[in-house]
Design a protein around this ligand. Structure first.
Ligand code: ADE
Ligand code: ZN
Length: 322
């Protein structure tokens, strides 16, 4: 069996970060927005470090101005994921970009995204759930407003809350109010940590925000006591190896710690983060991991089970997908 055909569960995907560059160029053309300098000669997104990546990402969102733009984006992204064999996707949604954290506007964007998700469920058999994410380098006040949007729209579709952005700016505890509000609204919690920050950053996210999953978390490997803590507590890592390699965290696939983390008993899952930015897909992640670590279909099936167990969906949804 080809790895492409294996049923995949993705827990860490940024909706805007999954926008195909041709899709963004099309919107820019329609709206007469100048995005020169944002693309390389092959038409891919152009950036040379993480900060520039964030700036190109934010520039791309300038073309995504209406709920209908997000409807089209959601359809395009889910079609691409389904083509890689993804049957369940948890996607980060950002009220920062969808209506500037205004609750009324956010509801309109959310409805457009949900309608697209229903179409994709029927046509491609892929299920979408949304994790609302605040953005660390936008600061705690905007995170507070984002958490209020999240709390007001929590339910069957919006099931989680998280934080992305530049891990070097601020501390997890600065965002405690936002995470407490989301938790009280019944949302499940995850935080990006241990990507650009070291083990202390992972510890702070765990202890100060009380999250059950960590986005990336791979730099926990630099402190084996922390790795043991992750394993003992059953904390799930949303590992995005292709993203880490493209952004220069590790020089190649063999050097990535995912295999060691797994051997040490950590609950590891596989995701793409921002696939077109990093020239990846879920199918490519599987192929590269197979090449690097000789993982077979059984190993990938076990990881997909771990992912579904850790998914922020209700029991009925989980049972339907399994
Ligand atoms: N937003 C989109 N991709 C991200 C990443 N890899 N790290 C932090 N924030 C992000
Ligand atoms: Zn991410």
């Amino acid at each position: 069996m080809s790895l492409k055909d294996l049923a995949k569960v993705e827990l860490h995907l940024h909706l805007e970060g999954a926008a195909p560059p041709a899709f963004i160029r099309g919107l820019a053309r329609e709206k007469h927005i100048d995005l020169s300098g944002m693309f390389d000669a092959d038409g891919g997104y152009k950036f040379s470090d993480f900060w520039q990546f964030l700036k190109v990402y934010e520039a791309a969102t300038e073309t995504l101005k209406t709920p209908m733009d997000y409807h089209r984006l959601t359809l395009a992204v889910l079609e691409e994921s389904a083509a890689s064999g993804v049957i369940y996707s948890e996607t980060f949604l950002s009220p920062d970009f969808c209506g500037n954290r205004d609750l009324g506007a956010w509801r309109e964007y959310l409805q457009a995204i949900q309608e697209a998700a229903e179409i994709a469920q029927k046509t491609h058999g892929i299920t979408l759930r949304g994790i609302i994410t605040c953005i660390r380098h936008f600061g705690p006040e905007k995170a507070r407003q984002t958490a209020l949007c999240a709390a007001e729209t929590a339910g069957d579709f919006i099931t989680g809350f998280g934080i992305a952005g530049d891990e070097k700016i601020g501390k997890p505890k600065d965002f405690r109010w936002a995470f407490d509000a989301a938790r009280e609204a019944g949302l499940r919690l995850t935080a990006h940590a241990g990507e650009w920050g070291g083990p202390d950053s992972v510890r702070d996210a765990l202890h100060d925000l009380e999250v059950e999953r960590i986005g990336h978390g791979v730099r926990a490997i630099e402190d084996l006591a922390l790795v043991d803590e992750l394993a003992e507590k059953g904390i799930v890592l949303e590992v995005c190896p292709g993203s880490n390699i493209a952004l220069g965290l590790y020089p190649n696939w063999r050097a990535h710690p995912i295999s060691t983390l797994l051997q040490r008993g950590v609950k590891v899952t596989i995701s793409t983060d921002d696939p077109p930015f990093f020239h990846t897909t879920m199918a490519r992640e599987y192929d590269r991991l197979h090449d690097a670590f000789d993982w077979d279909a059984g190993q990938f099936r076990a990881i997909a089970r771990t992912s579904l167990d850790a998914a922020f969906c209700d029991a009925d949804t989980r049972a339907r997908i399994r």
